[in-house]
Design a binder for this molecule. Sequence first.
Ligand SMILES: Nc1ncnc2c1ncn2[C@@H]1O[C@H](COP(=O)(O)OP(=O)(O)OP(=O)(O)O)[C@@H](O)[C@H]1O
Length: 287
Amino acid sequence: MYKVLALDIRNVNKSYHNFQLKNVSFQLEKGYIMGFIGANGAGKTTTIKTILNMTHLDSGEIHIFGRNMAEYELELKQEIGYAMGGVDFYTRSKLKALTNVIKRFYANWDNETYRSYLQKFKLDENKRIAELSTGMKVKYSIAIALSHGAKLLILDEPTSGLDPVARDEMLDIFQGLVADGEISILFSTHITSDLEKCADYITFIENGKIVRSGEKEEFKESYLLLNGTATQLNEVKDRLISYKINSFGFTGLILAQNYDISWNIKAATPSLEEIMVYFAKKEDEYV
Ligand SMILES: Nc1ncnc2c1ncn2[C@@H]1O[C@H](COP(=O)(O)OP(=O)(O)OP(=O)(O)O)[C@@H](O)[C@H]1O
């Protein structure tokens, strides 16, 4: 069947004096959750800002629900909800006052939906923003987004700063939101266990370049974690992304397509965390 793309990023380039996004391309199909991962400074926030046109891109295109963001920014902004973990704005205002300002920007604002999310998320409108916990701030941003009919949620580290219980609750909320196939979520995080639990797709960025983007299990299965002896390491070292020496020999990450079964080295599918850790180790070796 023909796939509807909530987000289609095509060859985006953006340069700061000390950093570049290089030909960033990836797609998020409507109705799914995509986790956006990468080390500190890899370019997640910069990518998110270019999607939202908060920073100007040098070249490339962003299409949201089939329309070019450069041409339809105002219309598309009505369909996008954005939230960032741990940002304080208008901290002395009450939720009620802030909502009254925000809702004027949205043609499809729906008060009933807003009320129902306040109730569902147990948010008290008479509280001041400063009095909300990190998790409540994220919930408030999501309530606002859903009340103006956002169909694409772009969340920058929405679970960082949450305790494990609040995080788990937030992930359940995300899964509930995409369940009927209308809402799509892109969220960046360092917390790979969140993605193991709730992402359908993974996009991995390193130094401003997309290393890989794909369905979560396929993403993991495109790598193998090898466990072998010191002698075996000498034979395969050049093929590995990186490795660590341990008392039994070595553990190393390799692209599954570069693995040869005749080596007789124990191999298993890595976790997302292991993939990130071994990529970061490769960086260290270049320094
Ligand atoms: N406005 C700016 N001007 C110049 N450089 C910038 C600007 N914004 C970000 N950068 C640089 O771009 C690089 C990527 O930053 P970015 O915030 O996109 O990374 P990130 O993957 O979101 O990192 P983190 O996980 O730490 O949030 C960093 O080296 C940062 O210093």
